[in-house]
Design a protein around this ligand. Structure first.
Ligand code: KG4
Ligand code: ZN
Length: 337
């Protein structure tokens, strides 16, 4: 089956083509307009999707060497995300499906992140634990079998990516914050400052990052407005280390609790190189099989949506044309198909 995927939930306009065993193309147009505002401006995001989506789809088909009439199914993110942005993708997907007379399906963006390591059709072993670390979510999911999810841990306040973005702001590093903090941390000492690692209850698999964020704010203020490059590097590196310690601690606790030997780490924060190195090392030491998608499949992209769509469409699942976007869609909620 050849499936075209569309992702417009936030500020990346993306289209991808998959077949049963390959990711044939995955085009991502990043909207730089938001940089000047220090965060995503929803109105600008939906307007940019309107401008970019059709050219991005055309390019994805061209890269895949697939003509529009060869597409056999369409998949699109219908939540969670920004309503105006989601509606652009959803409208285009419905239009394509209607005009081509092919089935289509709405996909939960978080499911997309979970299946990202399988975008090329090679699936991790089941059951496994999936750690989703993005700008909006920090979730630990026990994936019992394909497409069956149980959330076993979540952030009770900020998402990990949100903490990166806020710390970047505190340090005056600009937006998007995650890559800026990673860059600023280069050459810094990860043990320079002992920032708090909130682990909550001993048995809890939940996360909390707001105390860490506040500790970074107070520490940065105590250093004065003008910081040397070295001071900033130490703060960024020590913060990054604290986030990674918390994520690793909880992920390994979940693997133990659910007796799983396969771990997936996905979402935008999984692009972080120090995090990738740490999980690589720890998983090797503990005999855990680790799947972290390549960088372009960690951030928001349509390749993961196309794969999730192909998995569901090939089981006979379909969406109806009255499916609306659901900005606060939860993982595992009964799809409105
Ligand atoms: O998954 P994603 O692209 O979008 C959402 O679904 O939220 O994740 C975006 C988040 C942002 O908070 C961004 O700062 C963070 O991922 N991020 C990073 C890195 N690259 C992106 N965080 C840490 N290190 C990075 N290299
Ligand atoms: Zn995402």
């Amino acid at each position: 089956m050849i499936v075209l995927g569309i992702e417009t939930s936030c500020d990346e306009t993306s289209a991808a083509v998959v077949d049963d065993s390959r990711l044939l193309s995955n085009i991502i147009a990043t909207q730089s307009i938001h940089e000047a505002y220090g965060g995503v401006v929803p109105e600008f995001a939906s307007r940019a999707h309107l401008r970019n989506l059709l050219p991005v789809i055309r390019y994805a088909l061209e890269q895949a060497g697939i003509g529009l009439p060869e597409v056999q199914g369409c998949a699109v993110t219908y939540g969670p995300g920004l309503a105006g942005s989601l509606l652009v993708g959803l409208g285009v997907c419905k239009g394509l499906a209607l005009s081509l007379g092919i089935p289509w399906i709405g996909i939960n963006h978080l499911e997309g992140h979970i299946v990202a390591p399988a975008a090329d059709g090679v699936h991790p072993a089941y059951p496994h634990i999936s750690l989703i670390v993005s700008g909006g979510h920090t979730l630990l999911v026990w994936v019992e079998k394909p497409l069956v999810y149980h959330i076993v841990g979540r952030s009770i306040d900020d998402a990990a990516g949100e903490a990166f973005d806020k710390v970047a702001k505190v340090l005056g590093l600009g937006y998007p914050g995650g890559p800026a903090v990673q860059k600023a941390a280069e050459g810094g000492d990860p043990l320079a400052i002992d920032f708090p690692r909130a682990l909550l209850d001993r048995d809890s698999l939940d996360f909390s990052f707001s105390g860490l964020k506040t500790a970074v704010l107070y520490y940065a203020q105590s250093q004065g407005a003008e910081k040397t490059r070295e001071q900033t590097a130490d703060i960024a590196s020590s913060f990054q280390q604290a986030v990674i310690d918390i994520l690793a601690h909880k992920a390994f606790a979940a693997l133990k609790k659910f007796d799983c030997h396969t771990l997936i780490v996905a979402g935008g924060v999984a692009r972080n190189l120090a995090l990738r190195r740490r999980f690589d090392r720890d998983c090797q030491e503990q005999g855990i099989t680790l799947h972290i998608p390549p960088l372009e499949l960690c951030t928001d992209n349509a390749g993961m949506i196309a794969r999730a769509g192909l998995m569901r469409l090939s089981r006979g699942e379909r969406s109806n044309f009255d499916l609306d976007c659901v900005p606060n869609l939860a993982l595992g909620s009964i799809p409105n198909h």
